[in-house]
Design a protein around this ligand. Structure first.
Ligand code: MLT
Length: 411
């Protein structure tokens, strides 16, 4: 009989968000008249910017005409999209990123998992706790860990606690780590990293020959002009960091799918024989073999956000969600809850009232006020006693959810 990848058996039964959906669906089935408001998974609700839609409609028309029809595109993405990204998202902020170092993909969730294909099995790997669960689960699947303990921590991973005491930014480790996952603005806590904090990581990575996986999927939500949007704003990062970005949240592409990963050509890691190997070449080889690129239509949609109208429409979308975040933050604070994040990120990280566990608070909210959030413990042991509320929903739903929560949980 064929054998499975046994590492999958180490994983918790369900990925966090499907598990939440399962509980919510069960509740909805048993309570068909409940008006459930979903502020759990960070899934966007507002329509795509008009500039994107217009560009995609035009691209569909091109696909319907033999003279403009497109077959396979470049696995790395079309040059016209990569050049716009390089210019607008990186070079305009002083980052030395060339279009050829940008790889267009169908999601930064996929890429943060897939990137492990080009790394060996004996790296010391650090994640923050709490953390976006994909970083942990993909390492478990790849066989980089042992079993999980009672707290759900996997043997072999180094967990760096991020707590209110350290402003949800991890201490620089006092041991050698080879691969470090950082996510700023942070999912789930909504925290950000200052230039000084990122510089400390870059200095650490350079002195230990480590690689930083920098997940910047939420950079568009930064409102404070002092906060870096890219790790490449820090000198030396080209030699130690891979950056992941996404069009999912700022442009509303969670269902449309488009993202990008930057692998600088200067970035190297060691082969088994001790020689240095360029990671760009390996990632290019990986993508050319396992990926056929994002559809032409979607890439045209993504390109359109860099037009004058596209930029304005995207900014309006981001502003809309950040106003939701402000409403959530202010109303929960006024009700006496301890609240973090939501200023430079679309997530608000809330201390659960009356020392309720994260899942108990989840159940209470769902059952008493029919509002769904995400239990902090689902992001790691140090998330216990916290709860994440997403700003991705209509204004009406956010206001209604806050009214219901604050009436019920006023401290
Ligand atoms: C989240 O809610 O954390 C995100 O939607 C997950 C994701 O982007 O994959």
């Amino acid at each position: 009989m064929a054998k499975i990848n046994n590492n999958f058996l180490k994983l918790k039964a369900g990925y966090l968000f499907p598990e939440i959906a399962r509980r919510v669906n069960a509740f909805a089935e048993a309570n068909s008249d409940a008006n459930i408001i979903r502020l759990g998974i960070g899934d966007v609700t507002e329509p795509l910017p008009e500039a994107c839609r217009t560009a995609m409609i035009k691209a569909v028309e091109e696909m319907g005409d033999r003279s403009t029809f497109k077959g396979y595109g470049p696995e790395q993405g079309y040059a016209w999209l990569r050049e716009k990204i390089a210019l607008h998202d990186f070079q305009s902020r002083g980052c030395e990123v060339d279009a050829s170092e940008i790889f267009i993909s169908d999601g930064s969730k996929c890429d943060t998992g897939n990137i492990l294909d080009i790394f060996g099995n004996d790296n010391a790997i650090a994640v923050t706790d709490p953390v976006y669960p994909v970083y942990v689960d993909t390492n478990v699947m790849a066989g980089h860990t042992g079993a999980a303990n009672d707290k759900g921590e996997f043997e072999g991973l180094v967990y760096l606690p991020i707590t209110a005491e350290n402003n949800f930014t991890a201490e620089i480790p006092d041991r050698k780590i080879d691969l470090i996952y950082l996510c700023f603005p942070n999912n789930p806590t909504g925290a950000t990293a200052s230039k000084e904090h990122l510089k400390a990581w870059v200095d650490y990575a350079k002195s230990h020959n480590s690689i930083i996986f920098f997940d910047a999927a939420y950079e568009a939500f930064i409102t404070d002009s002092e906060i870096p949007h890219s790790i490449y704003e820090i000198e030396g990062a080209r030699d130690c960091a891979i950056e992941f970005r996404s069009f999912s949240k700022n442009v509303g592409f969670t269902g449309t799918r488009c993202a990008l990963t930057v692998v600088p050509k200067t970035l190297k890691a060691k082969a088994a024989d001790g020689s240095d190997v360029e990671l760009w070449k390996l990632w290019n080889r990986r993508q050319s073999t396992k990926f056929n690129g994002v559809s032409y239509i979607v890439q045209r949609g993504a390109e359109a956000i860099y037009s004058e109208e596209g930029l304005a429409q995207t900014q309006a979308l981001v502003k809309f969600y950040m106003e939701n975040a402000k409403i959530i933050r202010e109303q929960l604070t006024a009700a006496g809850l301890q609240v973090y994040g939501g200023v430079n990120a679309p997530y608000v990280w809330v201390k659960t009232p009356n020392n309720l566990s994260s899942w108990d608070f989840f159940d209470k909210l769902l059952q008493t006020v029919n509002v769904v959030g995400t239990p902090g413990s689902g992001f790691g042991a140090a998330g216990e006693g916290y709860f994440r509320i997403s700003a991705f929903n209509s204004r009406e739903n956010v206001e209604e959810a806050m009214k219901r929560i604050t009436e019920k949980f006023k401290m």
